[in-house]
Design a protein around this ligand. Structure first.
Ligand code: MG
Length: 227
């Protein structure tokens, strides 16, 4: 490997994220439990979220709007303003969550800083991702932070162009095979998958990946063995 830049995904790679979505989803289902059973609400919410991605993008704000929309459908427009307020409060509580770094993250960044250019490559809401990075106190490790609307081939190509490197000089580390691994391999970069114990259904892929430029490790500290 002749890697110059190591890009890290943020949510569920550097810090805890998905569990907050799951907890809010659970609270949302409890709020509406008199109208629909949990599994139906969850299914409706996921469908609404995915349907809204093109309009709202990823992140908590879009999630709040999708919860409200799902509640309107689930209650046949009978949802009370009070319940809408409670749903909005669930979202605001998520936005105000403290940052909980994942095990080994600081150690890995400290070890790699100076040897490689380190960047963050994340998707989601710009303001929220910037706020989380600030709260994480990890800013000093990174040379550049890229917040993409979608983690696809085109946006990774834009990133390597911005960093002025060849695709094979990029290594991406992240928890999503769909967003952090596949597009990076597609453009000719290296990728290491560090799975997180829960993954949003939309990020799951069916097939396995077979590439000499791909590795999967159990925890983030294991990436040091390759670097
Ligand atoms: Mg992630």
């Amino acid at each position: 490997m002749n890697v110059k830049v190591i890009a890290f995904d943020a949510d569920d790679t550097l810090w805890v994220n998905e569990p907050y979505f799951r907890a809010s989803e659970e609270a949302f289902c409890t709020l509406l439990s008199e109208f629909l059973p949990r599994h139906e609400l969850e299914r409706e919410l996921l469908k609404t979220e995915i349907g809204n991605l093109n309009l709202y993008g990823y992140g908590i704000k879009g999630f709040i709007l999708s919860m409200i929309e799902t509640a309107m459908v689930a209650t046949n427009n009978m949802i009370s303003a009070k319940t809408i307020g409670e749903i909005m409060d669930l979202g605001k509580a998520m936005l105000n969550q403290p940052i909980e770094l994942l095990d080994g993250v600081e150690e890995v960044l400290a070890e790699l800083k100076g040897k490689y250019r380190l960047v963050v490559a994340t998707k989601g809401d710009l303001l929220d991702q910037e706020r989380k990075l600030k709260k994480s106190n990890l800013n000093g490790y990174f040379h550049h932070v890229e917040v993409m609307s979608e983690k696809d081939d085109a946006n990774y190509l834009k990133l390597i162009k911005h960093l002025d490197i060849r695709p094979s000089e990029l290594l991406m580390i992240g928890n999503s095979l769909k967003s952090d691994v596949l597009p990076v391999l597609n453009i000719g970069g290296y990728a290491i998958h560090v799975p997180y114990h829960i993954t949003w259904a939309h990020e799951e892929i069916e097939h396995s990946i077979d590439s000499g430029m791909f590795r999967s490790v159990e925890r983030i500290k294991d990436v040091l063995a390759f670097l």
